[in-house]
Design a binder for this molecule. Structure first.
Ligand SMILES: Cc1cc2nc3c(=O)[nH]c(=O)nc-3n(C[C@H](O)[C@H](O)[C@H](O)COP(=O)(O)OP(=O)(O)OC[C@H]3O[C@@H](n4cnc5c(N)ncnc54)[C@H](O)[C@@H]3O)c2cc1C
Length: 392
């Protein structure tokens, strides 16, 4: 098999990249380890920045997004028994869109296949060869057979545990990492959300988040020790703890129901530098992980795909290599901006220790954030997404 760009991974980064390349006349093949139902069923992010929505429109995959995406004009913060709202549209003239990652990936896959694109499911990449010099070759398995894909460039969009990240070990990679001793216990239920907007709650017992996937489907999260196991948590224990961490007026409106899913996600920041190794480029979670607090993971995957598509398209159109040379530094500026925001927001909302000094600091920070026009604007700018840099 031969192609111009071999994309490893059919997550948001790889799928969006294949669409963006196609639009610019560049051929690609996506190799995905898992089956199509598995990829489409993976429950993860749910908040789309305006830039991500624009990219979905640009590639013409927006019919269902327009119909079912929930436009949110603001977000609520609950702390010290009060509830404050930050209005994104007032502060930045930009809303966010709540639309589940399961729908994003399903829509991108359906459209790609309908347009004749190639996505090979159940085709795990085992090795990436010749990416530093010569023509890269991907060695992958399919139906028990070893196969090869020869290409000009490789886009490693295969997440944090993928082959791309493994392949660059020992290549002078710098790894920047920070983790927390807690995670998020998430519960999905077919019940109406407690509010029209997301509610982020800072509470002495720990953080809670009220979120949703649709007007009838809610996603709630609780800060929990990273050592907790899902089996330790009954539905009743989850709902009780959630109510305890919310202001009473909100807690009494929570509609409970049996879990459709429950899982624990770690909170971790991790960045690999650089993002380019010869003819191999990293994008999305393969390059960086952000704690979910700022809802940035999926959105960074989308902006990486945008920058990489532009760089590769410029090469095929005009033999330009300068955009590829700048890919790493251009992406990393936006990535570190998102890491800064996500880490700060994580620190302000979560319980790190029992020290009353830390609690007073968090209170002061949240009062300043919600009380100052300048602070509200700075928060809104970051939450709705920093602008894409011109990349010409
Ligand atoms: C449990 C969980 C909860 C999350 N919650 C949120 C949230 O609330 N908000 C938010 O913004 N972000 C969240 N994220 C992060 C967000 O989902 C990711 O940032 C996003 O999926 C990144 O997209 P990606 O395409 O880079 O990687 P992925 O979506 O991970 O896709 C990578 C793909 O590569 C495939 N792959 C891996 N190895 C190979 C191989 N060797 N060969 C072929 N294919 C391979 C995988 O099967 C996968 O389909 C969450 C992540 C997790 C894990």
């Amino acid at each position: 098999m031969k192609t111009q760009v071999a994309i490893i991974g059919a997550g948001p980064a790889g799928l969006l990249l294949s669409h963006l390349l196609d639009q610019q006349g560049v051929e690609s093949v996506v190799l995905e380890r898992a089956s199509r139902p598995h990829v489409e069923g993976r429950l993860r992010a749910g908040v789309l920045e305006q830039g991500t929505v624009r990219l979905m429109r640009q590639v013409g995959v927006h019919d269902r997004l327009d119909r079912e995406g929930l436009i949110h004009q603001g977000v609520k913060l609950a702390f010290n028994g009060r509830v404050e709202r930050i209005d994104f549209v007032r502060q930045t003239n930009t809303p966010i869109t709540v639309y589940g990652q399961t729908k994003v990936t399903a829509d991108l896959i359906e459209a790609r296949l309908a347009r004749g694109g190639r996505i090979e499911f159940e085709a795990p990449v085992k090795a990436i060869k010749n990416y530093l010099e010569g023509r890269p070759r991907l060695v992958f398995d399919q139906q028990g057979q070893g196969r090869e894909l020869i290409c000009d460039f490789v886009a490693g969009c295969d997440g944090q545990h993928g082959q791309a990240r493994r392949s660059i070990e020992g290549q002078g990679v710098q790894l920047f990492e920070k983790s927390t001793p807690f995670g998020w216990l998430g519960l999905l239920a077919e019940v109406p959300p407690v509010d029209k907007e997301l509610i982020y709650a800072n509470h002495p017992r720990g953080f809670a988040l009220c979120s949703m996937r649709s007007p009838t489907r809610s996603r709630y999260y609780l800060q929990c020790p990273i050592t907790d196991r899902v089996e330790q948590w009954s539905d009743a224990a989850f709902w009780d703890e959630l109510r305890r961490r919310l202001p009473p007026a909100i807690a009494e409106r929570v509609v409970t129901g049996p879990r459709l899913e429950m899982s624990i996600a770690p909170l971790r920041s991790s960045v690999v530098e650089p993002l380019r190794f010869g003819r191999l480029f990293l994008a999305g979670d393969a390059a960086h992980i952000v704690p979910p607090t700022g809802a940035k993971g999926l959105n960074l995957a989308a902006s990486d795909a945008y920058y990489l598509s532009r760089a590769l398209a410029a090469f095929y159109a005009d033999r330009r290599t300068d955009l590829m040379d700048r890919y790493s530094q251009t992406c990393l500026r936006r990535v570190w901006g998102a890491i800064r925001f996500s880490w700060w927001y994580t620190q302000v909302l979560h319980k790190f220790d029992d020290d009353p000094f830390s609690q007073r600091l968090q209170s002061a920070e949240l009062l300043y954030l919600t009380g100052s026009e300048a602070a509200r604007t700075a928060f809104a700018e970051n939450y709705v997404g920093l602008p894409f840099e011109p990349f010409e």
